[in-house]
Design a protein around this ligand. Structure first.
Ligand code: FPP
Length: 251
């Protein structure tokens, strides 16, 4: 079904292209991440004002530790700067912060800001702003399955209870709706270990813009593209519709 006003309930974003944005300007990579932080700030505000209920951004993956130490610590410093600048406004706008990932491995000052963000916004019921930090979907699924196996071995869980809902419940995203739309900037067309389980039926919009150039207007354009998509969750197209999918294809 298409609907001219439909806003996705949950939007995930792979914020890619900070490094190339900086290189194109002859700047250090961290200047790109700084510009990326400013872009993120604007998209959070626009998403909340458009009525998105969950916004999940991929800020630091389990694989990003391979980068130079200076870049890694620079990204975490930017996280601290972001929280120090933005937490009061996020809270005033009723945004609720949640972290996806094993963020206890981040530097102590970043962990402290994240805990403060979670605690300060705990009672808010506006947009959920989920920041994926030290997040990798395979790691998330592995941890979830390990916790299920531990419960089963200890006799707390019968194998007959293992179903998709139980697995969903053991992920960082427990209790959240699956993403309706995943946006990736920076021209690459892959998921890079982001929300693999949760994106089974997500729509994807890819933008060639580097993340620092991804303006609120670009975000609205991605939402417009999403509105034009027909989501069937494996069902057949309605009778009489043009351009039906090949018989038997699962979509
Ligand atoms: C991907 O671009 C971006 C990242 C790995 C870091 C994302 C960080 C921010 C948006 C700013 C900081 C905000 C927080 C919340 C930490 P890339 O470096 O892979 O770009 P490239 O592919 O062009 O090299």
């Amino acid at each position: 079904m298409t609907d001219a006003n439909r806003i996705p309930v949950h939007v995930g974003i792979v914020m890619d292209g900070n490094g190339r944005w900086a290189r194109a300007r002859g700047l250090p990579r961290l200047a790109g991440h700084n510009a990326g932080m400013l872009a993120m700030k604007e998209i959070v505000k626009r998403a909340a004002s458009l009525g998105v209920r969950h916004l999940t951004v991929y800020a630091f993956s389990t694989e990003n530790w391979k980068r130079a130490a200076e870049e890694v610590s620079g990204i975490f410093n930017l996280l601290v700067v972001y929280v120090d600048r933005e937490l009061a406004e996020l809270n005033a706008n009723n945004v609720k912060v949640r972290i996806l990932g094993d963020y206890g491995k981040l530097p102590a000052n970043a962990v402290e800001r994240l805990k403060r963000s979670i605690e300060t916004t705990a009672n808010n019921d506006g947009m959920r702003f989920n920041i994926a930090l030290n997040y990798g979907s395979r790691d998330e699924i592995t941890r979830g399955l390990r916790s299920i196996a531990e419960d089963a071995l200890a006799g707390r869980l019968a194998l007959s209870e293992l179903d998709e809902a139980l697995i969903s419940d053991r992920l960082y995203t427990a209790g959240m709706p699956d993403p309706d739309l995943i946006i990736r900037t920076g021209g690459e067309r892959r998921l890079s270990n982001f929300l693999l389980w949760q994106s089974a039926y997500s729509e994807f919009v890819f933008s060639d813009a580097y993340w620092p150039d991804f303006s609120p207007r670009e975000f609205e354009k991605a939402l417009e593209e999403y509105r034009g998509r027909e989501r069937r969750f494996g069902d057949a197209p309605p009778a009489g519709q043009n351009n039906p999918s090949p018989k038997g294809r699962v979509e």
